[in-house]
Design a protein around this ligand. Structure first.
Ligand code: CP3
Length: 344
């Protein structure tokens, strides 16, 4: 356990805080006009991610508007695909696309046998730029996707809601799926180490689609690989795990995770008690409430804060990423009211 002046890190370790820290998933994003401008200048989302100066700039944009308690690296979980020489592009209104997804052994055999993490060196430079600008005024969260969640995109080739191909592979070609998961795990270990070396203060692991798996599959195809990644990270780096709409929280008790990010379907107190108050929680305000009047936002913030009636161990956040249709003024109000209502 480390001691830190930062509220975010104190809360992760359930140390005394004078209010609940807050940051917003996807805080740098399309709801901010300045983000859209910078993205245009960069020639699109991938251009933005690969330009370390502009990626640093958009990381800082939400921090200039709001008194948030953390920065998060501006990048994407799918950039690891650079190590597999898989060409990632983002289509407006569609999301990530791989034109050559991995559907069979032949596709897999074409991928590089040796992974070269220096293909992601632009991320190191972004981290160094951000750290230089922050001057330790705030912590910086780095992140990866879980091998399973990344695999869903590499196999499907796009942001499907059906997951037909990966579900078919899980059932009928488990060996290939395991090879893919091993490859992503290997790459993720190198990549996460590189982020820590470059200066990130916290690692967040996005297992967005872990909830597609049944109880047994969840351990065998997601958690097992996350465990391997976690055991490669220095224990002084706090780890936040996020999954959307999970129901298997018990399985997370012995993963060496310091904090769990939960989506809006779950109740903070229920999960905290289920895990014997041992793991701090992040979340889980419903983003849709930000479309309502301030009076409703206020009463819903009270509900969320009341659902975690303990001294420390809660990081206020949304249950999912913020969407482009949110008015930035609503975020101002949210941050202000969380500061005010959580102060002790
Ligand atoms: O939170 C942050 O501000 C950090 C940056 C960040 C992004 N993506 C930027 C982004 C992080 C941590 C992610 C994680 C991510 N990326 C996840 C896991 C979290 C989650 O949302 O469940 C996933 C599944 C992805 C893959 C991905 N990236 C998808 C499916 C999409 C399309 C959907 C969408 O929201 O547009 C993206 C695009 C993306 N990633 C954007 C941003 C700011 C929007 C890109 C744009 O400006 O066009």
């Amino acid at each position: 356990m480390i001691s830190s002046k930062h509220l975010l890190i104190k809360s992760i370790y359930q140390q005394k805080v004078d209010r609940t820290p807050i940051w917003i998933m996807r805080q740098a994003g399309r709801y901010l006009p300045e983000y859209l401008k910078t993205k245009e200048k960069a020639g699109g989302f991938m251009g933005l991610i690969r330009n370390s100066d502009l990626a640093c700039e958009v990381t800082l944009q939400p921090l200039r508007r709001y008194p948030l308690d953390s920065a998060i690296l501006f990048s994407d979980i799918l950039v690891v695909a650079d190590m597999f020489d898989m060409d990632l592009r983002f289509e407006e209104k569609v999301g990530p696309v791989f034109d050559k997804p991995i559907r069979n052994e032949k596709d897999f055999d074409k991928l590089p046998k040796c992974l070269d993490v220096s293909k992601l060196s632009y991320v190191n430079q972004t981290i160094k730029n951000i750290k230089g600008e922050l001057k330790d005024s705030l912590p910086l969260i780095g992140f990866i996707g879980s091998p399973w969640t990344v695999a869903t995109y590499l196999v499907e080739g796009n942001s499907t809601k059906k997951f037909t191909n990966i579900k078919d592979m899980l059932k009928n070609n488990t060996n290939l799926l395991i090879k893919i998961l091993d490859m992503i795990t290997k790459g993720s270990i190198d990549y996460v180490k590189q982020q820590v070396q470059s200066g990130v203060d916290v690692i967040m692991i996005f297992d967005t689609w872990g909830s597609l798996l049944s109880k047994d599959e969840y351990y065998d195809f997601s958690l097992k690989y996350i465990k391997k990644v976690i055991s490669s990270i220095n224990t002084n780096t706090p780890i936040i795990y996020y999954s959307r709409n999970t129901s298997n929280f018990e399985a997370l008790g012995n993963m060496n995770i310091d904090c769990i990010g939960i989506s809006s379907e779950n109740n903070l107190q229920t999960i905290y008690e289920l895990l014997d108050r041992k793991i701090s929680l992040q979340g889980n305000f419903d983003v849709e409430i930000l479309k309502k009047d301030n009076s409703i936002i206020k009463s819903e913030v009270i509900k969320t804060l009341d659902s975690f009636p303990y001294e420390s161990g809660h990081i206020f956040n949304l249950g999912t990423g913020i969407t482009p249709d949110i008015n930035p003024d609503k975020v101002s109000y949210l941050v202000e009211i969380v500061h005010e209502l959580s102060s002790r």
